[in-house]
Design a binder for this molecule. Structure first.
Ligand SMILES: *Cc1c(COP(=O)(O)O)cnc(C)c1O
Length: 431
């Protein structure tokens, strides 16, 4: 594998950008490699500047349900650009987009578009705190909710990979109201509510955590969160930045049959453009300016290009439910293939899957929480990552992320991947 051009660009990149990247996990530092610089991508394939081709399981970390640059979505975008790239004055497509999201998510009445998942969760918390007139929030170890100060506590993938439980630069005062419990631990939730229940403004949770590998929330855990927040008049926020429109067209409401009070979206609803959204019941969203007193704004929020891409993406997902059955089938095939690989090789590892999110954990299962995840053999994973990459497959360069399937991944892609992973496991474990 020739990486000459990537290496050259990387050298220049480190001069002008911290670590040469605009988001830490892209640096490949965790796996001891230099990053790849990408030239283009199409469908399930991604190509670096040296001309290497990979089957892509990063898929922009989740947004690309239909793969890279699907013509059903990108065709027509030039027309939109010619009409203007941003107005700062309302457009009809923003209304269409909001309507699609609200109709797909029966738990909410209204939605506000923002530009990232981080903005969505940060804003949702502000609204929930104002609505309840309380300050404390409860989050779970290993769940990532973007990088706003109050939520950057024990927060998964990037922070686990780089061993930063809480980032410097976040004042203690800002996180003193952030309570943290173990994921999937019902007793811990009951205990914390017994102690602080009447001060808790909101509980924020990933229904399936995609930021410590793939760790699905147990049905009874999510149900407890629903019941206990109702009992204490706290706001239940589902952070569906990864799971939204991925697990199911009706997101976690469809997948788990549980309705939160508020929801955060990102990733998929922008189909690869910078988008986020938060929504809730009308009485909660009435807190948001200009109706209510909670200030939250955005120069590029509801941007016409992002709305065009996002709306088309959601319409395709809405009108073609077979996409979800197909994705489920392909993800099952991949997960079963990985299981059979580790069995054949006698490795006591674990495969978790939820919908089209798959993760091979380098540890004995079951993997139900952050503590379980930290038992993974990272040095083995890093060797494995390199072997997989050599075989033309791009995984997230960390143990603590999912393999993201898109509907552009073909059966041949998956069969090739299973075989290549078998060889990579064998070599990296000296078997
Ligand atoms: C990616 C992610 C975020 C942050 O979204 P950005 O668009 O990167 O700011 C928040 N929550 C979850 C669950 C995520 O996976």
């Amino acid at each position: 594998m020739n990486n000459k051009k990537s290496a050259q660009i990387y050298q220049e990149a480190t001069k002008y950008m911290p670590g040469g990247v605009n988001s830490p996990v892209r640096a490949f530092k965790s796996v001891g490699l230099n990053p790849l610089f990408i030239e283009r991508a199409q469908g399930s394939k991604i190509y670096d500047v040296d001309g290497n081709e990979y089957i892509d399981y990063i898929c922009s970390w989740g947004p690309l349900m239909l793969g890279h640059s699907p013509s059903q979505i990108v065709d027509g975008i030039e027309e939109i650009i010619k009409k203007g790239t941003s107005y700062g004055v309302p457009t009809k497509i923003e209304v269409d987009m909001a309507k699609i999201i609200v109709e797909a998510y029966p738990a909410i009445d209204q939605v506000r578009m923002v530009n990232s998942g981080t903005e969505a969760t940060m804003s949702a918390l502000r609204v929930a705190r104002a609505f309840t007139k309380r300050n404390k929030i409860l989050k779970f170890e290993g769940c990532y909710h973007g990088h706003s100060d109050a939520l950057l506590v024990k927060s998964g993938s990037g922070t686990i990979t780089y061993g930063v439980p809480t980032s410097p630069g976040v004042p203690d005062d800002v996180v003193k109201d952030t309570l943290v419990c173990r994921y999937n631990d019902l007793d811990a939730v009951r205990d914390i509510f017994e102690e602080y229940g009447n001060e808790i403004a909101a509980v924020i949770v990933e229904t399936v955590s995609g930021n410590m590998g793939v760790v699905p929330g147990k049905q009874e855990f999510l149900q407890l969160l629903r019941d206990i927040t109702k009992e204490y008049n706290s706001v239940l926020i589902f952070d569906e930045v990864i799971t939204g429109f991925r697990l199911h067209y009706n997101s976690s409401v469809g997948y788990f049959g549980i309705n939160p009070d508020m929801v955060c979206f990102g990733k998929i609803i922008g189909a690869g453009l910078p988008v986020g959204a938060y929504g809730g019941k009308k009485e909660i969203m009435d807190m948001v300016s200009p109706v209510g007193p909670v200030y939250q704004a955005g120069t590029l929020s509801g941007n016409p290009l992002a709305m065009y891409m996002g709306k088309k993406n959601l319409e395709i997902l809405r009108d073609n439910p077979q996409i979800y059955t197909e994705l489920e089938r392909k993800a099952t095939k991949l997960a079963e293939g990985l299981k059979s690989n580790i069995e054949k090789l006698g490795l006591d590892y674990t495969v978790n899957r939820a919908g089209s999110l798959v993760c091979l954990f380098f540890a004995k299962g079951p993997i139900n929480n952050y503590e379980d995840v930290t038992k993974c053999d990272i040095s083995k994973f890093n060797k494995y990552f390199k072997e997989v990459l050599k075989r033309g497959i791009l995984l997230a360069p960390t143990q603590f992320e999912a393999m993201f399937l898109s509907n552009a991944h073909t059966d041949e892609d998956i069969e090739y991947t299973i075989k290549a992973i078998y060889e990579a496991l064998k070599i990296s474990h000296n078997l």
